[in-house]
Design a binder for this molecule. Structure first.
Ligand code: ADP
Ligand code: MG
Length: 674
């Protein structure tokens, strides 16, 4: 094969493997190099057959004296070989790998790695790793620390190792460090070409670790750089509409007084933070994060009101018609008395003709429709931002001239993560609930109390309540295996536990219409219990459902569990969440216990970071991609370091063309929420 550039797509270089490699995130040749080992097998002790101690893992090199297939009594094929290295004979056995006798021939010199068994007279290795030794090339599967990679069907570590080794040999001149030398030295990181080589083929574990640290830094560093870049672009040459906060402070106070409740501290803080932005002369780009029920809408109402007083129109966009209607009702209640003209535009309502007839337009994506013209759009509020596409967000922004943007979300993203991923955004948190809100009473139920719990549930159903039972997902994304498990649980509950109750089932493999029908029927109380996989709609609102049972709770992150339990407690009644775990590990116990006392999503998301790292962090895999592969969001020191470095370098980016180019390539991968 002729040498290819690292940017070559694998559809060209490895056509037959392309589909499988894509599963591992390998799309171009250079992705092989960033497919990092998850461990190393230690075959680094290279010794002679005579000197190899029984019971230790070693590498031995010698000539094949004999090799053959042998049939065992139960008709299995094994492969037997004898290797001579001049100091002794080593017997080798493989199981059911008949192709080996085609690749290894008598006379070949091979290197084998494995545990020495047998006795001093007759030593053997069972199922060793092996490779032919060629002149002028070093062994890569034996005789060293050998990288073991995440694999997929048809793509083994051994195969990956070969591809990666070849790339490292043939394309090494393409690997250049893009980090300015001064900075790389100052940060005391390994150089990039060395880091890539040693992360795959290290001389020792310490070196492997150092190599990985350098690559982790790069990963976070680029996330930070592109965030700074987006932030800069957002602000560059743009003037933001000036909302006159001071002039209207009395009006704001009057609005506060007109509310039937007093604002929470965090609502007040969020409003202040927003006001600083909108009176700064630069367009705002802020994310408001808070659990369902934390009162995000009223925060938005204050800015909308200030926008109106300052002479601008606003638009409030919600992902569903029901939510748009809810917002309409809320905004109307609080802002109509202030003299604002409030209009609802959803798919089912006809066109708005006159552009100046509203001060605030509330709606679904219908507010994006062509024939809606804004007169003086000063503020765009987007609810549940992750459900809108990037494209829709940019359309809505183009409708005005750099209007202020406020996006609201209930997805619990920890601060550290928000600062890393959304470094271009300002973030406000509503991390407390309005007073008097009933918390969802949560219990981690021990296995011994399961039947008692079922009795308690039955009693609640007799009293007229409804119940969700969430079956754990078995694989990361919902598959037929998960659906089958849920079906089985459904049948068990119906037959053995709740024969007299009406049970329904809901899972992600159902058609949207089918799901809607089941939810509607459940809502109208034709079922008592809904058994569902975790993929049940986040937005479902069934006030009469007061009990949430979660099976296999240990499989979820705390933030994920919190989102699930948030599906009860929508009505007046006290609601409950029962957690069952299948493991008894003390760590699981401590972790899940936290849900009994903590009721704020962002706090729980922070705990997830501590307990499990970022791999399973709720909300970070929304686009089907993992944000960080090498580094972890829990590495706050690293994140801080990378951030400082990025800030320091950004103003001088032009002096580093290599870095700038790399940034352009990488930026495409990092989707910003705006
Ligand atoms: P979310 O953050 O889920 O969008 P909403 O804005 O819909 O929450 O608020 C949920 C409910 O709480 C609404 O009925 C709202 O009027 C009420 N609410 C908001 N803030 C407060 C508060 N400070 N005290 C009491 N109730 C509040
Ligand atoms: Mg809301």
């Amino acid at each position: 094969m002729k040498t290819m550039r690292l940017t070559t797509p694998i559809t060209i270089s490895h056509k037959a493997y392309a589909k499988r490699l894509e599963k591992l995130g390998i799309v171009t040749l250079q992705d092989f190099l960033l497919h990092l080992p998850h461990r190393y097998d230690d075959f680094s002790i290279v010794t002679t057959i005579a000197a190899s101690p029984i019971g230790t893992v070693v590498t031995v090199q010698g000539r094949i004296m004999a090799i053959k297939n042998v049939y065992t009594r139960n008709h299995k094929k094994i492969q037997q070989a004898e290797v001579d290295d001049g100091t002794g004979i080593l017997e080798i056995v493989w199981f059911n790998q008949p192709f080996i006798i085609k690749t290894l021939k008598v006379g070949d010199v091979i290197s084998v790695g494995g545990r020495i068994e047998g006795n001093m007279i007759r030593k053997k290795i069972i199922s060793p790793v092996y490779e032919l030794l060629h002149q002028n090339s070093e062994p890569i599967h034996t005789g060293r620390l050998v990288p073991v990679y995440p694999e997929t069907a048809g793509v083994s570590s051994k195969w990956l190792r070969r591809q990666i080794y070849r790339l490292l040999t043939e394309s090494s001149q393409e690997l250049v460090d893009f980090l300015p030398e001064g900075m790389q030295k100052e940060l005391q990181y390994m150089q990039l070409p060395a880091a890539i080589r040693y992360v795959h083929f290290p001389e020792n574990l310490d070196q492997a670790q150092k190599a990985k640290e350098r690559l982790a830094f790069d990963e976070v560093f680029f996330v930070q750089l592109s965030a700074i870049q987006r932030r800069n672009e957002w602000r560059k040459d743009k003037t933001g509409f000036l909302f006159e906060e001071e002039k209207f402070s009395k009006a704001m106070n009057d609005l506060k007084k007109s509310l039937p409740f007093s604002l929470t501290k965090s609502q007040q803080r969020a409003i202040e933070e927003i006001f600083v932005n909108v009176s700064s002369g630069k367009p705002m780009n802020r994310l408001l994060e808070g659990d369902v029920g934390s009162g995000k809408t009223i925060v938005a109402a204050f800015v909308i009101y200030l926008s109106f007083l300052s002479g601008y129109q606003s638009v409030l966009m919600a992902p569903t018609e029901i939510l748009a209607q809810q917002h309409f009702a809320t905004i109307k209640k609080f802002l109509e008395p202030q003299g604002m003209k409030i209009v609802l535009q959803t798919g089912s309502k006809k066109n708005i003709k006159n552009e100046s007839i509203f001060d605030i337009l509330i709606g679904t994506h219908a507010v994006l429709s062509e024939n809606i013209k804004f007169n003086k759009l000063g503020l765009v509020v987007i609810d549940e931002q992750q459900r809108f596409g990037v494209e829709q967000r940019s359309i809505i922004r183009q409708k005005g001239k750099n209007p202020h943007l406020l996006t609201m979300t209930a997805t619990p993203i920890p601060r550290t993560v928000a600062l890393t991923l959304y470094g271009d955004l300002d973030v406000s948190y509503l991390d407390e609930m309005p007073k008097g809100r009933k918390e969802i009473k949560t219990w981690l139920v021990p296995a011994t109390k399961r039947s008692g719990a079922y009795q308690w549930i039955a009693k609640r159903i007799h009293d007229g309540d409804q119940v969700f039972i969430i079956c754990p997902f078995i694989e990361e994304s919902e598959s037929m295996t998960t659906v089958k498990a849920a079906t089985k649980e459904f049948e068990r509950l119906q037959r053995d536990i709740f024969p007299t109750f009406r049970l329904a089932m809901l899972h992600g493999k159902m058609k949207a219409k089918e799901k809607d029908t089941i939810l509607e029927t459940f809502r109208s109380h034709e079922y008592d219990i809904l058994i569902a996989t975790p993929v049940v709609e986040v937005g479902i609102d069934i006030p009469n459902a007061t009990v949430m049972v979660i099976e296999g709770a240990e499989r979820f992150g705390l933030a994920g569990l919190h989102q699930l339990r948030g599906r009860v407690g929508r009505g007046e009644k006290q609601s409950f969440c029962l957690l069952f775990a299948q493991t008894k590990s003390p760590q699981t116990f401590v972790r899940l216990k936290a849900l009994e006392t903590l009721h704020i999503g962002a706090t729980l998301a922070e705990m997830d970071l501590k307990f499990r790292g970022s791999g399973e962090l709720y909300g970070t895999q929304q686009h089907g991609k993992q944000w960080l592969k090498i580094a972890s969001f829990s590495e706050t020191a690293l994140i801080e370091k990378a951030k400082q470095a990025a800030n320091k370098l950004f103003p001088h980016l032009r002096e580093y063309p290599l870095l700038s180019k790399k940034l352009v390539q990488q930026s495409k991968q990092f989707i910003s929420p705006d």
